[in-house]
Design a protein around this ligand. Sequence first.
Ligand code: MF3
Ligand code: CO
Length: 256
Amino acid sequence: MVTIKSQREIKLMEAVCKCVAKFYELLEKEIKEGMSTFELDKKAEQIMRNLGCTPAQVGYDPGIRGVPPYMHSTCISVNDEVIHGIPVKNKILKNGDIVSIDTVLLKDGFNGDAARTFVVGGKTSKDAQRLIDVTKQAFFEGIKFAKPGFRIGDVSHRIGEFVKENGYSVVREFEGHGIGREMHEEPEIPNYGKAGRGIRLEPGMTLAIEPMVIQGKPNILELDDGWTIVTEDGSLAAHYENTILITENEPKILTI
Ligand code: MF3
Ligand code: CO
């Protein structure tokens, strides 16, 4: 069932999502060459707690046999890692690395979800920077259709087409989702698909739209840790996500 949030619930979604926006603003300043992804995750947790939120991803159980619950505040995916990178002490950031960070914050019973791809040291190759820019732009292209009168498939289709037009691939195995009291609610929001399909968008829906984009072929692999997703061809990947609110008019981006 797709939940339509009440005015009171929307206020709480706005509050937690504002923390997510502030979280990334503060976290970006902490990303430095020489630090491990484990250390960065610890900084992230401290920032969340200082903002009065808890890390919703800790203890998250995907409900898949043999896959352990997720035990960290953030997912940190470096270069050819696409999503769900587990923070570890032996993964050291280097200048020019592209680092996708994904997190969900919880406050007063509501979840806010966003992801960003950052560049360690601020400068990377032209190709890597273009990948990051196109991934972010794909989100903004997609949400042009995130309003009454359109369907989920219209958003999905536009994201997929935009990525393809730019010579990249979208990940097909993972998708965006509804969000609220639960981190993952209906509907599923793929980053590709047919226009005009899926449920109609209605005011009061809160959705996490999250293009995951690969420089090369769309194929992915899962590492033995049961979480980390990498590109099969070793090419780079980027991720950009925000939680949005469907309104009568343009969508409201809650996590910026
Ligand atoms: N934040 C992710 C999403 O965008 C979920 C990550 S899975 C977790 O949906 F186990 F890390 F929580
Ligand atoms: Co999400």
